[in-house]
Structure formats: structure tokens, C-alpha cells
Design a protein around this ligand. Structure first.
Ligand code: PMP
Length: 437
């Protein structure tokens, strides 16, 4: 049994983690859809860990790939040398990416992928001789990790307010939660074009020729599954194209099958210039991220040796053999089991199950797309997060892992979930909604 003394050194500085130390929820093993808790209970994983374990836990192809790689080639630098699996992985990723993507840079996390994408975007304009494009545009309620670039373009004030100005020249578009919010809209709400026109306003305000890139999550995930209205992303694309601005999709959550296609870009049929990924790339098993860029971006950097020196970027662990082996095992699992297609097939069932919670206590909105969903609760006055957090604690006690962000319950199960497990998860949420004050 874990004692408070055992927990003293490890620090995750979020407020909610303070409560955790009083009441540790320890997991000691996992298989497929379940965690084994330290007290011996099985807990159904309704969140794919932290939106990453898309193929389910401890899957044999992934485990075996890592095991083999560790015994064969443990590490190889990606500076002036390489190893075959990094190249194989990059090719396989390009094969499943939108067809305008040509090259991949490897990182070790979502946050690093975001920083990489922002640096590539800024440097791209420079190597093309357009040094005046220095501004970046993000979005309110956008989450792009915890590093300095990511919190600058991110739209969560609480995450950045203690760090001063951060990256300068950053603006934010409004988020996509429509005025007619709390509408229990299934899938994509109607009427998105006019919301996207807000980008046009910001672009005009600053002069389009000063703007380097726009970064958005196609579906804002960790701030509550904000599904963009129809036409919204297409309109962003049009505005960016019109003004020579790069469009970056942060697909750290939406990538690798969550919406029923490899990437959200394909689901929405919108081609960004850069795609940021991590999480599901290795099924969450080994830290790794990948940033996809177009041929045009790649080629701009490769015009002359001086440009290559100008853009120094890459990590000690970029494309390291163990992570590459894990990613290859993951992609193979997705493919062999048709998990992206499975997510698409299950999406209507998932939608119905989620929306069956309409009318339950505290529920003021339900949103869904692909195999992800959110149940927004009426907050307790003056105590945001309290009610949803109480649901999380009770659900854990009842054997289901759900996630909460503010007063929103977010669900994103592994794509291997069965219909009866969907019922179990939703029934658990129904029960806790009826129990909490
Ligand atoms: N971008 C998005 C959209 C994310 O959801 C996350 C993580 N939740 C990140 C970036 C950061 O990823 P990481 O925690 O791996 O740094």
C-alpha cells in the first residue's frame, strides 16, 4: 500500500494533484480496455489514458516491437547518421497523411511538436526571404502544450499569465463554441463560415503580410471537445491561402484515428501546411511526436547550405530506435485491426449513447465527434470544477476512468472499445451524475 511518504518527491504541480496525494489512485497494470488498480479492481479506460492509448493497453505487436528493438539497437543519433526504422516510419506516416504532406520531423511529445511547428513556420518565411512575417495567431481555448511557444499561442490565460509577454506578436481568434451553445448538437454544428471570418478581421488589422501562421486544433480537445461548425476549417484554409499564411493543425488528440480517419484533416477534407502529432503515434507507450510538412516547406529549407545552418532544430531523441519501433508496431496494430475505420463505424452508436445523458442532472450540453465526446455540467456557483471532479472521483470508485476539464466531462476511449463497454461507460456517468450534489 502506498503511503503519503512514498508520494513526497514526485511533483506534478496541478492543483488537482494535491487532492490525489491524499487519496492516491494507483494503477499497477493494464490490458486492452482496462487498468488494474492497486487495490485489485479493474477500471474501464474511458479516456485512452490521456487521449493517447488509441489501440488499447499492452498490445502485443507494440510490446514485442519495443522488446526486440531494445535488444538489437538501443540508440542511434539522428545527427549526420541514422537507422532504417526512422526512415521506414517517416515513409509510413506520409502514406497515411493527407496527400499534400511530404516530410516528417520527429520530436518527443506534443509540446515539442508544437514548438517545432511554430519554429518551422517562422523560419520558412525567413528562408523564403520574407522576414516580415513574424506574427502567429492561435485561438481562445486552444491547448498546445506547456512550453513557451505553446502557451503563447494557446488560449488558456491561466496557463500563461504568470510568464509575462512570452512570444510577442501573438493574437487569438475566438473559440468555436457557438453562441447557441448548450444546444446538444450532434456532430458538427451548422454555420461556421462567419466565425472563421474573425480570422479575416485579425489579418486585416495587422496587415496580412506580417502574419506567419495560424495554429488551431481541428477539434479543441482538452478544453472540452469544441467541435467546429461546418465550413469553419475550410474557411480558415481559404483565408490563409489567400494571404500566404501557413495553416497549422495541432492533431495531438485528433491524429491517429480519433475521428475515424488517420487525421482530422482528412475527416474535414481540409489540408493544412503543417500537422502536429504525438500521443497516438506510439499508442502513448513511448514518448514521441511527429510534425508533418508539405513539400514546399521542406524544399524551401533545402535550397542552399546556408539555409540549413540557419535553421538548427532537432532533439537528442528525435527518431530514436525504440520510439520508432513502438510507432511502427502501433501503426501496424491500427492497420491490422482497422481501428480508424472501427472508430468511424462506432461513432453513431457512441453519439446515441452520449446523447442519452441529455436530461440527467446537471447536464447542460453534450458534444461529440468520432470517438470523442464531452458532457458539460452546470458548475457549482463560485466553485468551477467541483461538480465534474466529484464525478471523476466517483466514477473511478465505480470502476471507470473519465476525464474532467473545468466542469466538463471528456470521454475518449481506446478505439477498440466494444458497444457493451460504451454502454457501461455511459451508464457509469449516468449513475454518478445522479449521485453528485
Ligand atoms: N497539443 C494538444 C492539442 C494536446 O492535447 C496536447 C496534450 N494534451 C499537447 C499539445 C501537448 O502534448 P504533450 O503533453 O505530449 O506535451
Amino acid at each position: 500500500n502506498t503511503t503519503p511518504n512514498d508520494l513526497r518527491a514526485f511533483w506534478m504541480p496541478f492543483t488537482a494533484n494535491r487532492q490525489f496525494k491524499q487519496n492516491p489512485r494507483m494503477m499497477v497494470a493494464a490490458k486492452d480496455m482496462h487498468f488494474s488498480a492497486a487495490d485489485g479492481r479493474q477500471v474501464l479506460d474511458g479516456t485512452a489514458g490521456l487521449w493517447c492509448v488509441n489501440a488499447g493497453h499492452c498490445r502485443p505487436l507494440i510490446t514485442e516491437a519495443i522488446r526486440q528493438q531494445v535488444g538489437e539497437l538501443d540508440y542511434a543519433p539522428a545527427f549526420q547518421m541514422g537507422h532504417p526504422k526512422a526512415f521506414e516510419l517517416a515513409n509510413r506516416l506520409i502514406d497515411i497523411a493527407p496527400d499534400n504532406m511530404a516530410n516528417v520531423l520527429f520530436t518527443n511529445s506534443g509540446s515539442e511538436s508544437v514548438e517545432t511547428a511554430l519554429k518551422v513556420a517562422l523560419a520558412y518565411h525567413r528562408v523564403k526571404g520574407d522576414g516580415s512575417r513574424t506574427r502567429l495567431i492561435g485561438r481562445e481555448r486552444g491547448y498546445h502544450g506547456v512550453n513557451f511557444g505553446g502557451i503563447s499561442v494557446g488560449g488558456i490565460v491561466a496557463n500563461r499569465k504568470m510568464f509575462g509577454t512570452l512570444l510577442t506578436g501573438v493574437d487569438h481568434m475566438p473559440h468555436t463554441h457557438l453562441p447557441e451553445q448548450n444546444a446538444f448538437t450532434r456532430g458538427e454544428p451548422e454555420h461556421g463560415g462567419d466565425l472563421a471570418d474573425e480570422l479575416q478581421r485579425i489579418v486585416t488589422l495587422h496587415d496580412p503580410s506580417t502574419i506567419a501562421a495560424v495554429i488551431v486544433e481541428p477539434v479543441a480537445g482538452s478544453t472540452g471537445v469544441l467541435v467546429p461548425p461546418k465550413g469553419y476549417l475550410k474557411r480558415l484554409r481559404e483565408i490563409c491561402t489567400q494571404h500566404g499564411i501557413l495553416l497549422i493543425f495541432d492533431e495531438v488528440i485528433t491524429g491517429y484515428g480519433r475521428l475515424g480517419s488517420a487525421f482530422a484533416s482528412q475527416h474535414f477534407d481540409v489540408k493544412p501546411d503543417i500537422i502536429v502529432t504525438a500521443k497516438g503515434l506510439t499508442n502513448g507507450v513511448i514518448p514521441m511526436g511527429a510534425v508533418f510538412v508539405t513539400q514546399e516547406i521542406h524544399d524551401a529549407f533545402m535550397q542552399g547550405p546556408e539555409h540549413m545552418i540557419e535553421f538548427f532544430h532537432g532533439y537528442t531523441y528525435s527518431g530514436n530506435p525504440i520510439a520508432c519501433a513502438a510507432a511502427l508496431g502501433t501503426l501496424e496494430t491500427y492497420k491490422q485491426e482497422g481501428l480508424f475505420e472501427r472508430a468511424a463505424e462506432l461513432a453513431p452508436y457512441w453519439e446515441d449513447a452520449l446523447h442519452s445523458l441529455k436530461g440527467e442532472p446537471h447536464v447542460i450540453d453534450i458534444r461529440n465527434i468520432g470517438l470523442v465526446g464531452a458532457i458539460e455540467l452546470q458548475g457549482v456557483a463560485g466553485e468551477p470544477t467541483k461538480r465534474a471532479f466529484a464525478c471523476f472521483v466517483r466514477a473511478w470508485e465505480k470502476g471507470c476512468l473519465i476525464r474532467t476539464t473545468g466542469d466538463i466531462i471528456a470521454l475518449s476511449p481506446p478505439l477498440i472499445i466494444s458497444k457493451s463497454q460504451i454502454d457501461e461507460l455511459i451508464d457509469c456517468v449516468r449513475t454518478v451524475l445522479n449521485e453528485v450534489a
